[in-house]
Design a binder for this molecule. Structure first.
Ligand SMILES: *Cc1c(COP(=O)(O)O)cnc(C)c1O
Length: 338
């Protein structure tokens, strides 16, 4: 039985058509700026999202790091959500490589960072304090698309205080598809945006940082320093271009399947469906049942990451079809009645 893998949308494998596009890619040495396919990807995303320039990076972690290193100097500070990927899941890279101090802010229930709290933690210009330089948001956040009115207010706050605004847009395309808007209608509020092509869009590798030409020139320097300068990377960029051509509109299928999965699990004894947004479903399972659930799902070839906390996240993506959703629901049902 082929496993249904709901651990993350990073597990997608390149389709046959994507592999063909990769095989056909024209390439050159991208450290010399001579890979035509990388250049095409960077220019296409810059145009699509409304920025002057883009920079291909091997991971979203690196794209965010390059953004932070380019906006901030040693001793500067960035404001970030307590559960944000850049703060919590990127090894503290901004502090490690940039001596950039994070100022974490507690998320509201809808994933936003309350702007009155953000305003309070902006430091006055005074030698006692780190220089607050940047606010970093994440969209989608736990699958939720941030409200457009909130983005506008965050932009206005940054303008009032002279801060730059960066978006970790690993799943920006999910947010745009869910909101029914062009991605640039979200990106337009930000000074820089990182997007992942390797999540629900289904490319094997690749993120792009977008910003002004000056910011991207600085980021290119930092990418080399970080060891992210790749050579014939057009093979990877071709997969990303293929993803943009063929895998954006279909994100709506992932969102529909996540909603169907949530509906199928709602009301089952011992399974509390906490939330469903875009391609993510969150469940709470009583802690003493977690190990048994894992065993049960493994036996049914349904892969779910179950950690030490009762909160379980299920993620739909390119490699999960309707039959897979039905099988996952059946596996949870048979567990619930066990
Ligand atoms: C996946 C992800 C990233 C980047 O992760 P990489 O694995 O380094 O590509 C950044 N932010 C969010 C919110 C993510 O989900």
């Amino acid at each position: 039985m082929t496993p249904i893998d709901l651990r993350s949308d990073t597990v997608t494998r390149p389709t046959a058509a994507m592999r063909e596009a990769m095989a056909r890619a024209e390439v050159g040495d991208d450290v010399y700026g001579e890979d035509p396919t990388v250049n095409a990807l960077q220019e296409r995303l810059a145009g699509e999202l409304g920025f002057e320039a883009g920079l291909f990076a091997p991971s979203g972690t690196q794209a965010n790091l390059l953004g932070l290193l380019s906006h901030c100097q040693r001793g500067d500070e960035y404001l970030v959500g307590m559960d944000a990927h850049t703060y919590k899941y990127e090894g503290g890279g901004a502090a490690v490589f940039g001596s950039i101090q994070p100022q974490p802010v507690l998320h509201a229930a809808d994933g936003t960072l309350p702007l009155d709290v953000v305003a309070q933690v902006i430091k006055p210009r005074d030698p006692h304090f780190a220089r607050t330089r940047l606010l970093c948001l994440e969209n989608t956040w736990h699958g939720r698309a941030l409200p457009h009115a909130y983005l506008r207010e965050a932009r206005a706050l940054c303008d009032r205080h002279g801060l730059a605004l960066h978006l970790d847009g690993a799943r920006l395309y999910n947010a745009a598809v869910a909101d029914g808007v062009a991605p640039r209608e979200i990106a337009c509020h930000f000074d820089s945006v990182s997007v992942c092509l390797s999540k629900g869009l289904g490319a094997p590798v690749g993120s792009v940082l977008l910003g002004t030409r000056a910011l991207i020139d600085e980021a290119r320097r930092w990418r080399k320093v970080a060891g992210g300068g790749m050579r014939q990377a057009g093979i990877l960029a071709a997969a990303c271009l293929h993803a943009l051509d063929h895998h954006v509109a279909r994100l709506a299928d992932d969102h529909r399947r996540a909603a169907e999965l949530a509906a199928g699990l709602r009301g089952l004894p011992g399974i509390d469906v906490v939330a469903q947004h875009t391609n993510m479903v969150f469940l709470d399972i009583p802690a003493p049942r977690l190990a048994a659930l894992k065993q049960h799902l493994d036996a049914a070839a349904v892969r779910v990451s179950i950690g030490y906390t009762p909160r379980v996240r299920l993620v739909t993506h390119l490699d999960v079809d309707d039959a897979g959703i039905a099988r996952a629901i059946a596996a949870f049902r048979s567990f619930a009645v066990e």
